[in-house]
Design a binder for this molecule. Structure first.
Ligand code: 1SD
Ligand code: ZN
Length: 264
């Protein structure tokens, strides 16, 4: 029944997915990241295994009605940086706003970036996603803010050029593997925020160790526009030219949680 939620009503997801209602002891995501963070000098850069290499086989880009997901096969893993285990990389996906409004999920000092990319990694001891969702640290998601400049990001083109092939839910296309590192910021990868939270889509499981990198990825205005105009939730939306926009969940309270920062 995952098909039955839409982004614009994330306040009411709990009607169908009870764990999406924020209760007082909940550890929900996303949150606002601000100056009330605890600096933790022992948090070093994460080890991103296989990210520099071109993996064999092929990857799959698909539209799940809520986002565009690049399934990356095996061969990549993340560890270190205070993570409790090794996590295998399974997919990455995006959250965006509209042609004139920003759509990152996390905010920094209340500032929302144009987009946010999530690299989803599953703790290696778990056989599948549903097992990981029962573990408070079952997933490690690496979040990257995406900001906009005039110049195209040629590496990002591996994905943005394929968007028209996955216009609506259920559509998928093959993507030739490329080094994932080419999408990531070139410097200051040791600067990030860390907190414990949840999936930002139903079932909203509190199973995620979040890492939000401080330095954004830069793409062009036209690459951003491809996300906000070429992706549709359903085939009917595509026929009516009603693009999928604002696929981010509303901000939740930190409550008693502490956000640590490796940032000086
Ligand atoms: O939105 C994604 C969803 O597509 C799925 O990937 C889920 C579990 O892998 O994670 C959420 S999110 O919390 O990474 N936004
Ligand atoms: Zn996400």
């Amino acid at each position: 029944h995952e098909s039955s939620f839409t982004s614009s009503d994330s306040y009411s997801w709990g009607d169908m997915f009870p764990s999406c209602y924020s209760l007082i002891d909940h550890h929900d995501s996303p949150i606002n990241l601000d100056e009330h963070m605890v600096r933790n000098a022992s948090l070093g850069a994460l080890y991103l295994e296989g990210f520099e290499e071109t993996q064999t086989g092929h990857w799959t880009l698909k539209n799940d009605g809520h986002s565009v997901i690049l399934q990356v096969g095996s061969g990549m893993a993340v560890s270190g940086g205070g993570l409790p285990d090794v996590y295998h990389t399974i997919q990455l996906h995006f959250h965006w706003g509209g042609p004139a409004s920003n759509g990152s999920e996390h905010t920094v000092d209340r500032r929302r970036y144009p987009m946010e990319m999530h690299i989803v990694n599953i703790k290696s001891i778990h056989p599948n996603l549903s097992a990981a969702l029962d573990d408070p640290t079952g997933l490690a998601v690496l979040g990257f803010f995406i900001d906009v400049v005039y110049a195209d990001n040629v590496h990002f083109g591996h994905i943005s050029q394929k968007l028209s092939s996955v216009a609506y839910k259920g559509q998928a296309t093959k993507v030739k593997p490329f080094p994932l590192m080419s999408l990531l910021p070139k410097h200051n990868m040791s600067q990030y925020y860390r907190y414990y939270g949840s999936l930002t889509t139903p079932p909203c499981s509190q199973a995620v160790v979040w890492t939000l990198y401080e330095v954004p990825i830069y793409i062009s205005w036209s690459q951003l526009a491809q996300f906000t105009s070429q992706i549709f939730s359903t085939e009917e939306d595509a026929e009516q030219v009603t693009p999928l926009q604002n696929n981010f969940r509303h901000i939740h309270h930190i409550l008693s949680r502490v956000v640590s920062a490796s940032i000086d």
